[in-house]
Design a protein around this ligand. Sequence first.
Ligand SMILES: [Zn+2]
Length: 744
Amino acid sequence: MSLSWRAVAAAAVAGGLALGPLAPVAGAAEAAEAARGARGAAAVGLALQSPDDGGLSTQTRAVYVVDPEAGVTRVSVDLTLTNQVEDVNEGGVIRQTYFSQISVPVLREATNFGVIETGDGHSLVVQEEPVPDNPWVEFATIELDPRVFHGDGPRSFRLTYDLPNQAARAETLSRANDAFVSLPVFTDGDPGQTSVEVRIPDRYDVQVVGGDLAREESDGQIVLSADAIADPEAFIPVVVAGDDAHLVERTVDLDGVAVSARAWPNDADWADFVIGTLGDAFPVLTDLIGQPWPADDELDVIETSAPYAYGYAGWYEEVGNAISIGDQLDPLVIVHEVSHAWFNSDLFGDRWVNEGFAEEYAAQTLDRLGQAYQPLAPPDPSSAAAITLNDWGNPSILDEQSAANEQYGYAASWYVIDQIAAEIGMDQLREVIDASAHDEIAYLGDPGPEDGAEVTDWRRLLDLLEEWGGSRQAASLFQRYVVTQDQQAQLTARTTARQAYAALAGRSNDWSPPLALRRLMADWDFGRVDATIAEADAVLARRTEIERVLRGTAVDRIGLEDTYESAPDLADVVTAADATLEAAEAYRDAAERYDHSPGILGSIGLWWSGTDDRLADARTGLEEGNPGASQQASATVQQRLDDATRNGALRLAGGVAAVGATGALGALRLRRRRQVAPIRITVRSRRHWPLHMPPRPEPPSLSPLEPPPSPPSSVPPLRPVGSPVEGLTPPARAPQRAPTSRID
Ligand SMILES: [Zn+2]
């Protein structure tokens, strides 16, 4: 609703001027002079804009009696007029000033006028006159007969007229029916001499917008009033009254969402239109947004022109999931408001973001439906109404300036989101919404998205648009339309930090930046970025050394990568990188020594010792980011290699002693099976221990300093000469295989 009508609603009181009836016995010269004086005075009279300037004191009291059941609001305006311009005697010529008309501003739907002079009850003529450039108000111009002269003293008049109930979508400002009343109340008169009263049945729930009215109740009526109004021209409160019990409700199910549309009793078309529009729009909107219906409650859509009184087409209330929209059948408004079920403070923290998304998604939905609508015009950032969107809060007062700011705010919000949607497309925008809805971090690493901030404010939105949505225009759009002067410095710092971040990512090869840095970026904590990048570079330098050490070994990736990428703090990772380098060197040395077999006795000594598995453990420790366990396993390998020759000799001696014991073979083999099987299972299971488990203790049975699980007599029996020597098959060197597949 435009607010411009308010400025011109004030009455202009017409003045009249004429020569006095007493003409001196004088020549034409005086008469001509008098005539010039008349023209000059008349010009002054036409310029009068308020009664105090014109010398007509005007006391006014307007009473509105709202009675929708009778189909009418009855209005009476009591006027007390006093001509304060004294008669002037100019050399025997008496100049008198009188007033012949007074024009009272009324709503243009006013009808059934009558005027009397209350002193004697005689009727006067009243005529309706248009107010230039104002479609909502007209003048009721009263012909003052007889005219009002100075000598009359105060004279009282009563203007009465009716405001018939106005139907939905009538081209008038007021509305009245059993469920709803909206009525601007105003009058004009001298400051401090003007009062207004409104009476309305107390079954209505009454609000007053745009001006204060005292409230009391009497005889089943709510009585609202203001006396001695200081600035009558600007005092135009709107009485908004609802009686929801008289709304006519229809409910439908839209894709499992219960929708209740509650319309005025005289407006079934509205319910048809709302339900039809929502039915068409709902699946398209849900698909575009990509998030399920977010509310638990049913959707309540209420017909009310209360938003119009505040200057809006409609509004959405998160509590109760209710949409209030006026009687105009505007699909863009309906879809815009329902999209606020998603686009509200649960999803985005800033008003402009939610408004921009709501408007964009409403427009996109209607585009896909092929439904005509009136799109917003792009904003003009050079206009006087332009504000940065981060300054666009809820309006506190309803004046011309805030109305213009509101209009600009809606247009600019939509424009920013619309430009980005055109750039990256609705699929990418859906990703942005998804990341915001699931509180996922804006700066992604190799691990799955970590948790980000729970509230997506304009800063996080910018990050998501660029990092998740791939936008290249968002920052410049934000710079131009969104950020305040103070926030420009944050954008500049961000740009610098992002360049450093991108450079680090570039020299990290296939490693993603660490969480510690990604979180600083996501939190806009740019002051610590350089120091964190320095720590990251220290880790990357260690990585280069580690990769050099491990070149040619069986290790094809190092778990330090995961540690680094997911670390919330890099100080520990620098330590871990040092430890990984040491573990890598230990592994390389152990593997090289193991590969260069320690001779026959050494090989026999290594049988069933699990040394190859320990080497595999050392490798796994590196691969899984557990350098401590890796280093311990490498040390074990070294120690077993140290002891291998001695153990080989012991085993060989024990094996020869057992040759004659063929009768006991079966029993021995059974016992061995019972012993060996659990060892193998244990070894395998170790490989699958998750990252960051404490290093398991070495099983005492495998320590080379103690007897192996099988005493020397349990070395696989030697078959009689000529038989296949199945027990002597050496253990496979492949570390992933069991000690031997032949034993069991
Ligand atoms: Zn909105």
